[in-house]
Write a protein that binds this ligand. Structure first.
Ligand code: 4AD
Ligand code: MG
Length: 468
């Protein structure tokens, strides 16, 4: 790797330039690692005027000898023989100065923020996690399925959908009833961007046994939180012959595998992000600080996730001092209440102090396709809750019995004309099966220690924000 004999050429972007009368030092980065390469320019051999435009942000090409570095902070450096400016960056205009910028400021400069240490580290980790996801499933005999992005079924009820149309909004065709005539729309019916690839993944699982999707999903919910995006990526495995316990085992295995993968493949970036987090939280009180990033990742690896039912969780929450002292914005009073992220985080961060898998939720607060339990009031749902995040995975065993599914669809007014095909799979060779959805950006939040979901996807889509 390191060739100390031959001349090499490097290209990249200048992070900093400093120097004295005789020598100039340029910290160069090409995005392949968090570590800059130090270029050492002997000003007796190369005229200082040649470096005139090589300010922070400029792109350059340099040729020279790689040598072990005498200075601290790097193991090698490049003794420059020749250097060339590729693209200047006017220091009066280039927004990224060699100092700390706030994450909010950098969000406004998303076209340039890859050039910072933080965002290049996040981008590399994101790549590693994408690769890790595919490796995990490929090694276990799963097939990747591309589920459609445009769909005519709003099966999930997971949130408001973005409509897709080629109709002209200022001149909408109407039918005899005076309603919009979707027969004239592109697909001959109303269509949307998908909120999940699950239903199609189920169709594939009922033939290929083990499949997963990894695609973009869209939710037009107006939630301006640090954990919601309007466009996010979801990983959805679906496995024939699996029950809810198998589903939980798969979820726990996958999360642990991915965390291990990050520790093994992204050590330098994690170390950098750990220091970043420490710096960001240096003014917080001790009990408000998060656990050191790498220790936190190892902690999750080494401890089994706590598995409890929704009913047990409600008991814990209802009887907690937190609840009694009125510290929840949504106090827990009755069985059946939907859990807010404050409740999920209480269970994980205060009560169990580790990831928790909640199962057997009331059927009223879950989707129609979840397998109904014998008690008549709960379904075989499972949500994985993580520290600092709340819900990272939502999944379930699916209802595979035709009549039960049909009844539930009728009860919940699921339109058959757009969902007949889903129901039909339960008529022809139905089998028990289960799956889940992992929000990829929520995983990225956990692994990078970043605090806002807008900072773990290159170009976030949130209400009133579709720049870049
Ligand atoms: O719990 P959800 O809505 O489940 C489904 O969509 C199922 N069809 C999954 C399945 O069983 N195949 O979403 C799954 C995960 C959540 O746990 C969360 O991590 C993430 O997707 N998620 C979001 N991430 C970012 N922004 C949003 N607006 C999100 N909504 C859900
Ligand atoms: Mg959910």
């Amino acid at each position: 790797m390191q060739d100390f004999e031959q001349e090499i050429n490097v290209k990249g972007w200048v992070r900093t330039k400093r120097g004295s009368k005789n020598v100039a030092f340029i910290a160069l980065n090409d995005g392949s690692t968090i570590k800059n390469l130090q270029l050492v320019v002997d000003l007796e051999k190369i005229a200082e005027s040649e470096l005139a435009f090589m300010h922070t942000g400029a792109s350059i090409s340099a040729t020279g000898l790689l040598i072990p570095s005498a200075g601290s902070g790097q193991s090698v450096e490049l003794t420059v023989h020749s250097i060339e400016l590729l693209g200047a960056a006017d220091p009066d205009e280039f927004p990224l100065q060699p100092k700390k910028h706030s994450l909010e400021f950098l969000r406004e400069k998303a076209h340039l923020r890859f050039r910072t240490s933080t965002f290049s580290a996040v981008a590399r980790l994101r790549h590693a996690m994408i690769f890790g996801v595919h490796k995990f499933f490929n090694d276990r005999g799963f097939y990747n399925i591309h589920s459609p992005i445009i769909t005519a079924s709003d099966a999930e009820g997971a949130g408001e959908m973005f409509q897709v149309t080629t109709l002209h909004l200022d001149n909408l065709p109407k039918n005899e009833e005076g309603k919009i005539d979707y027969k004239q729309d592109f697909f001959g019916k109303s269509s949307n961007l998908t909120v999940s690839g699950q239903l199609e993944a189920e169709l594939a699982a009922l033939a290929l046994s083990k499949v997963y999707t990894f695609g973009p999903t869209f939710r037009a919910e107006n939630s301006n939180t640090s954990r919601h995006l309007a466009e996010f990526w979801m990983i959805e495995p679906e496995v024939a012959f699996n029950d809810i316990t198998d589903d939980m085992d798969l979820a726990e295995d996958m999360l642990k595998y991915l965390i291990q993968y990050a520790l093994e493949n992204c050590a330098d970036d994690l170390e950098f992000l750990s220091k970043r987090l420490e710096e960001e939280e240096k003014n917080k009180k001790a009990d408000e600080k998060s656990m050191e990033l790498i220790s936190k990742l190892k902690f999750v690896l080494e401890n089994p996730f706590e598995r409890i039912t929704y009913t047990e969780a409600i008991d814990i929450l209802k009887n907690s001092n937190h609840n009694k002292k009125g510290k929840f914005s949504y106090p827990i009073e009755v069985w059946g209440a939907d859990l807010q992220s404050e409740h999920e985080r209480y269970l994980v961060e205060k009560h169990f102090k580790r990831p928790v898998i909640l199962t057997d939720y009331p059927k009223e607060i879950k989707a129609f396709y979840m397998k109904q339990n014998e008690d008549g009031r709960t379904v075989r749902a499972m949500d994985v809750l993580f520290p600092g995040i709340g819900e990272i995975i939502g999944g379930s065993q699916r209802e595979e019995v035709y009549e039960k599914l049909l009844n539930r669809m009728n009860e919940m007014h699921i339109p058959m004309e757009s969902m007949w095909w889903y129901l039909e799979t339960r008529k022809f060779g139905t089998v028990p099966h289960a799956g889940f959805g992992l929000g990829f950006e929520r995983l990225m939040l956990f692994v990078t220690g970043m605090g806002n979901i807008r900072d773990v996807i290159p170009f976030p889509r949130t209400p009133l924000n579709c720049e870049f």
